[in-house]
Design a protein around this ligand. Structure first.
Ligand code: SF4
Length: 414
């Protein structure tokens, strides 16, 4: 490997980390002050934004220790056979970089991942050393998220959890067959085994902390994972079922989705096109439905298209579910229980809580509900209010067409 400056390494290893969605920063405009006007930049190399467990948006230095890897996962730009410029930080370099960025107030923490150098244990040792040195040598109090390697010795995972706020292990693909085909050196059983191990450690340390104040914390922000969408043939039903089983079995805090994006010099087994980004968005909406709205994976599967097994792209999955379950509607905004109100398309958790508060004092009219939602049109067929009853609206054959956003004319040249 040629001698590279720290800046050159940062360029390569921050860019290589951008494929990891589990601390994603997206949706903002590119701005900087390099022309001498204004102050600040949204393009800090290697800096991304993530949400801390308390809901704050924090800036993280997001880098790989190295983009060299002994594995050859087809979908990964860092795979062994990929023709990319390689770089590698030492553990000490990552520590110094983190501290320098932190002292300048650029970041509030570190997100560290890595290709596999020599062996899973050796790589994990290096990553743990970064976190150890930050915490023990420098009393670093910022946020640390370590992407852990499922094949590494469980003792190393245990050490990682003592230093990091959050640990994550990428499940990568929703099915074992997809994993065998696209990441033949990975093993679904071992990945889930490592997640199960982390869950056990997290639970044990929570128990210990309840009994003894001095017991150490273990990954207090829990564990998360990431699944690639659209690199294999798995449909949304398979993805949602996998996510739901991971939440249940390993108490994950989050499942992140990353729409497969074609990489330079791709392997022949990969699709040529990326899936629509809207597919990733719909999966995130389904994730919210499971975590906050009380749906289970089977119910969300009922919102998918029978032929493709995927969620519709033109309407959100909650509306799709409601259209397929019209017998459950309309619900009375003045009498229905919280669970039923949460299923009304267009009503979010906050709106439902405010409805429950307000109706203690008076009967709510449609206008009262309209003030709590952005789309009263979407909601009207599904709700009864003091002055509103959707006579026959819910049974209309063209209800879906009336509620879906108008189709857009496609541009021939995009
Ligand atoms: S192990 Fe990770 S870094 Fe290595 S090729 Fe597979 S996905 Fe890429």
């Amino acid at each position: 490997m040629a001698q590279l400056s720290t800046r050159q390494k940062l360029e390569i290893l921050a860019d290589a980390a951008k494929y990891d969605a589990s601390c994603a920063s997206s949706g903002t405009a590119k701005r900087n002050s390099s022309d001498g006007k204004g102050i600040g930049s949204t393009e800090g190399m290697g800096i991304c934004h993530a949400y801390a467990p308390d809901g704050r948006c924090i800036s993280l230095l997001k880098i790989l220790l190295t983009n060299s890897c002994i594995f050859d996962c087809h979908y990964c730009i860092n795979r062994r056979s990929s023709d990319v410029r390689r770089a590698r930080f030492t553990a000490q370099e990552v520590v110094e970089l983190t501290l320098n960025f932190y002292r300048r107030n650029y970041i509030e923490g570190l997100f560290l991942s890595s290709g596999i150098i020599a062996s899973s244990d050796y790589t994990m040792e290096q990553m743990v050393e970064v976190a150890r040195s930050l915490r023990e040598d420098h009393d670093f109090r910022g946020y640390i998220h370590l992407k852990t390697i499922p094949d590494a010795d469980p003792a190393l995972l245990n050490l990682a959890g003592l230093y990091a706020d959050r640990l994550s292990i990428n499940v990568e693909l929703p099915t074992d067959s997809g994993l065998k085909r696209l990441a033949p050196e990975k093993d679904g059983g071992r990945i889930e085994g490592a997640m199960g191990h982390l869950r056990g450690e997290i639970d044990d340390k929570i128990d210990a902390k309840r009994k003894y104040k001095s017991a150490p914390l273990f990954a207090p922000a829990g564990q998360s994972t990431q699944m690639i969408v659209g690199a294999d043939a798995a449909d949304d039903r398979a993805i949602i079922a996998k996510a739901s089983s991971l939440y249940d079995r390993h108490k994950l805090r989050r499942v992140y989705y990353s729409a497969f994006s074609p990489i330079p010099s791709p392997s022949a087994v990969l699709p040529l096109k990326r899936p629509p980004l809207m597919r990733e968005h719909r999966l995130y909406q389904s994730d919210w439905m499971i975590r906050f709205y009380g749906y289970d994976a089977r119910e969300i599967a009922a919102a998918t298209d029978a032929a493709t097994g995927c969620l519709p792209l033109d309407i959100d999955p909650k509306l799709a579910w409601a259209l397929n379950h019209r017998a459950a509607f309309p619900v009375d905004v003045n009498r229905a229980p919280r669970e039923a109100l949460l299923r009304v398309p267009g009503l979010g958790v906050k709106a439902v809580d405010r409805i429950l508060m307000s109706r203690r004092h008076r009967r709510l009219r449609l206008d009262d509900v309209a003030r709590l939602t952005t789309s009263i049109k979407k909601l009207r067929p599904f709700l009864v209010a003091a002055d509103w009853r959707p006579v026959a609206l819910i049974d209309r054959a063209d209800l879906r067409a009336r509620l879906a956003p108008p189709a857009k004319q496609l541009d021939l040249f995009t």
